[in-house]
Design a protein around this ligand. Structure first.
Ligand code: FE2
Length: 585
């Protein structure tokens, strides 16, 4: 039997995915969860201890293993040649067809990016080999699986494969937009009859992802730390400023329906001019007007790429993938601004998701008739990661009478009551979400009705910037009653506008601009979470919970019951449910 291990091998957000002999995606998880190290910079996705456990869970002895990674072979060779020359030569990099977008990233940072990317490619598969040998040595048997082949796939194709084959569509057009691929920072693909073809790959040094990164830096945050999402949260607090917009405009112009990114000198001049205008009081909380203008500019430029996708691959169905797919504000508006009627953005559109794309591409190469997962498995479930063991809850219960094994029905009933009474609850169920959003399996939950719920949550648990919104989970059947132009949003991938007349009922999840980054919950997708929201609705009449990721600032989403118990006792959480265990303060 042959299994396919997909490895996301950018130096940030490494992840692994396992596809079985019938093409089923068995597992997907970012390394940050296992390591509890946010975004796991420069870590291998196939950490040996993790791989050993994964093989034991899913792969029978005597199997074959294909390792598939997420940057194309020519690019890997190029990076290797650069390293062989002793040092990275920025001029040589600039001459390469690849989009090394030094103009939008500080030069120092770019050197680090490239060196790290090279290191990540050189280590591909090492952890897996080590894991196979380690397990065999410990058990005194032959290796559980034989690594038969390593394959590398183009970066943007990996984004597209995960997005398209994980979508609910049988035919669709995918737009990939990120910081960089092998030749450029955007590409367009088409899904037809189960096969994926490339319609256009951008070439050259321009990058909408890194342009957004530059705006992130100028607004007072740090793109190297991946703080682009703060721009989205802050933008609604800012005002449109024609002067600022005029300053940003030369960074990328639109010529004959194509984006034309500025040269380095222009970018540096624009950045210097904007820095000089920065108000003194913008240092603490970020520069809201620039965030607003930057987000609007991003939307205008994305519209051009979406229009290009529509022209090259006419369809009702759009898939957006790549890191720019995390821009839920834009995602929520794109259908009204384009000819597409439906949108799918996968739960992990950034580079972690490529682990799935690479594994599926390897599978498809060996099975030319495969047309993606069967319809019943699409859109792809986001619940693809590890489960937690409840052993820690059992140990806790030996000392703490308020920790009890109550069963699912009672845990649900009790949690709904605690939340309806204004309590904050940690909620850990089933398999972890794949991607950056907690979707009701590793979540902190609260009543969205009190005006002060947001501040209370920030003060007691999350310790994060006040401008950042909290998101609602809503029973899908109630969606149209609460949102204008409601659309199914299984992964919190888009923000929609709340109906005017409901906003006062759930102020804690209504952002400054009247939007909410919603999760549509159904009993089919997540029975435990749907039951909890329904129980909360029975008490309150509101089929909505405030849902935020179960982590503290600076840490990834938790990975074990021990992590959950630690957070329960060191923050202001009132209750914790782990599977069918309940503990209250
Ligand atoms: Fe990417």
């Amino acid at each position: 039997m042959r299994f396919y291990l997909g490895l996301a091998t950018t130096f940030h957000d490494p992840a692994l995915a396992l596809v079985g002999p019938d093409g089923t995606l068995l597992f997907a998880e970012a390394a940050e969860r296992f390591l509890q190290y946010k975004r796991a910079p420069n870590c291998e996705p196939d950490i040996p201890a993790r791989v050993v456990a994964l093989l034991q869970d899913y792969v029978p002895p005597g199997s074959e293993l294909v390792v598939a990674s997420t940057w194309g072979p020519q690019f890997t060779d190029f990076l290797r040649g650069q390293a062989g020359a002793g040092t990275f030569d920025l001029m040589a990099l600039a001459a390469h067809t690849t989009a090394l977008n030094c103009s939008f990233v500080p030069e120092q940072a770019e050197r680090v990016f490239i060196a790290d990317l090279h290191g990540a490619q050189e280590r591909v598969g090492h952890g897996t080999l080590l894991a196979l040998n380690q397990e065999a040595r410990i058990t005194g048997t032959a290796p559980r699986a034989t690594l038969v082949e390593q394959r590398r796939y183009p970066h943007h194709l990996c984004h597209a494969a995960y997005g398209l084959w994980g979508s609910p569509f049988v035919e669709a057009t995918a737009l990939v937009v990120d910081g960089m691929g092998e030749t450029g920072a955007a590409a367009i693909y088409r899904l037809q009859d189960g096969r994926i073809t490339e319609l256009r790959r951008h070439r050259g040094r321009g990058s909408l992802g890194f342009l957004y990164g530059l705006i992130t830096d100028l607004a007072g945050f740090d793109q190297v730390k991946g703080e682009e999402w703060k721009i989205m949260g802050l933008a609604p607090y800012g005002n449109p400023d024609p002067d600022l917009s005029a300053l940003l405009a030369p960074l990328c112009t639109i010529e004959a329906g194509r984006l034309r990114f500025a040269e380095a000198e222009t970018i540096q001049a624009v950045a210097a001019e904007i820095r000089a205008r920065r108000p003194a009081d913008a240092s603490e909380t970020g520069w809201a007007d620039l965030a607003r203008c930057g987000q609007d500019f991003f939307g205008t430029l994305m519209d051009v790429l979406v229009a290009e996708a529509a022209a090259l691959g006419p369809s009702d169905n759009l898939v957006i993938a790549g890191g720019c797919g995390l821009n839920s504000s834009y995602n929520g508006r794109v259908l009204g601004r384009s000819g597409f009627a439906r949108l799918h953005v996968p739960s992990a559109p950034a580079d972690d998701g490529n682990a799935v794309g690479a594994a599926w591409l390897a599978y498809a190469e060996d099975h030319p008739d495969w047309a993606g997962p069967p319809p019943a498995l699409r859109p792809l479930s986001p619940y693809l990661g590890s489960r937690v063991s409840t052993t820690a809850m059992e140990r806790l219960a030996e000392q703490e009478p308020r920790a009890r094994h109550v069963g699912h029905a009672e845990a649900t009933r009790a949690a709904a009551q605690i939340l309806a009474a204004g309590g904050l609850g940690g909620w850990v169920q089933g398999r972890a979400e794949f991607g950056p959003r907690a979707l009701g399996n590793r979540s902190i939950l609260a009543d969205p009705r009190p005006e002060g719920a947001k501040d209370a949550l920030n003060a007691k648990v999350k310790y994060r910037e006040a401008f950042r919104p909290f998101a609602p989970s809503i029973l899908a059947e109630a969606g149209p009653d609460w949102f204008a132009d409601y659309a199914d949003s299984p992964y919190m991938e888009r923000t929609l506008v709340w109906h005017e007349h409901v906003r006062a009922r759930v102020p804690a999840v209504v952002h400054q601009d009247g939007t909410g980054r919603l999760q549509s919950v159904t009993p089919e997708r997540n029975p435990a979470y749907a039951a909890l929201i329904a129980a909360f609705a029975d008490i309150t009449g509101v089929p909505i919970l405030l849902n935020t990721s179960f982590n503290v600032m600076g840490k990834p989403i938790l990975h074990s019951a021990e992590d959950a118990i630690l957070m329960f006792y060191t923050t202001g959480l009132d209750a914790l449910v782990v599977e069918d265990w309940l503990v209250v303060k």
